[in-house]
Design a protein around this ligand. Structure first.
Ligand code: DGY
Length: 321
């Protein structure tokens, strides 16, 4: 009998094809409720999970045959990794394949929010454009400004590399300093948390959601930022206190923000919908055709590793060895 692999939601065909000769695939095409997920997990040898599937202790307990939870994404805060590892279940994610695509989107958001691209498009479509105007959609410049990057992992570094072309001063903040050589190559300077908040014209967040990063940006932090600054976020909701952000944008304490992720996704936080200086996207950081296929193929490789009795190639960071 072939091992059973549950796929919790739609998944690229290229990876299903790769798995299908070796596994019995149980594919769902819509999100599962917790009860449904429990049922699917029991009896499965592997689960391909979405970041919207909460894989908690209850679910893991049902996976008596489960060898691997293979998350279709780089973030994995939806999985109780500690519990899974105690039960001897591998947990994997998809690093090294989506950073460039997410950095592209980050840049689209930096430029888009500074130049009000979305609002200007809407204005034009609504037939409001009556001819060139000296004050029509004035925005902030990007080139030669100060870019702050919190979290210089693979996505943060790809964002920094793109900033070279805009001749920006790039500051970074994270726990560990980069080797001097790497700093030079990327033209980045380390800054304390307070300094990066105070100095950035564009501040972009690239940290995972952990106890340490939850609500890392709230009222106190926004109060230190320039009124002319823009905040960009493609990591995980709850790194920013969205209520504090909405208030700051409404009161003009920040020039603008662009969010690809937010606290109660997909529910908009009260007040977001009305804000013209906020760009909101539906969590599409890694959403390019090529990258989603690469992510899915990595998920498939992880599963084939685990089912073949090997340690999977991309265990989540911190997975106990
Ligand atoms: C990730 O990989 O964590 C993204 O948020 C999903 O594309």
């Amino acid at each position: 009998m072939k091992p059973i692999v549950t796929v919790t939601n739609i998944f690229p065909q290229v990876a299903l094809d790769k798995l299908s000769s070796e596994c019995d695939l149980k594919i769902n095409r819509t999100s599962l409720t917790k009860e449904e997920l429990k049922q699917k997990v029991s009896g499965s040898d592997a689960v391909i999970s979405y970041l919207t599937d909460r894989i908690d202790q209850d679910i893991i307990d049902r996976g008596t045959k489960l060898k691997i939870i293979a998350n279709y994404g780089a973030g994995f805060n939806n999985i109780d990794v500690t519990y899974a590892s105690e039960r001897g279940i591998w947990v994997t994610n998809t690093p090294n394949v989506l950073h460039e695509t997410t950095a592209d989107l980050t840049w689209a958001m930096i430029l888009g929010t500074a130049r009000q691209i979305v609002s200007a498009d809407r204005y034009t479509r609504e037939g409001k454009f009556q001819g060139w105007g000296a004050k029509l959609f004035l925005g902030g410049d990007v080139y030669e400004k100060t870019l702050g990057i919190i979290g210089l992992g693979e996505i943060g570094r790809s964002v920094a590399r793109r900033a070279l072309g805009f001749n920006m001063r790039t500051l970074y903040h994270q726990r560990n300093l980069l080797p001097r050589e790497e700093e030079k190559k990327l033209n980045v300077e380390y800054a304390t948390f307070e300094k990066i908040l105070r100095a950035s014209d564009f501040l972009t967040l690239h940290v995972p959601l952990t106890e340490e990063t939850e609500y890392m940006i709230g009222n106190d932090e926004i109060a230190l930022m320039k009124k002319t600054a823009y905040l960009i976020h493609t990591a995980r909701g709850k790194v920013i206190d969205d209520y504090a952000l909405v208030a700051a944008l409404r009161e003009g304490r920040l020039a603008g923000a662009a969010l690809d992720v937010y606290e109660d996704e997909p529910e908009l936080t009260e007040g977001m919908r009305e804000l013209e200086n906020l760009m909101i996207l539906p969590h599409i950081g890694s959403a390019s055709f090529e990258t989603r296929d690469k992510m899915a193929l990595l998920v498939a490789d992880n599963i084939l590793d685990a089912l073949g009795g090997k340690a999977p190639r991309s265990l989540v960071p911190g997975y106990p060895k």
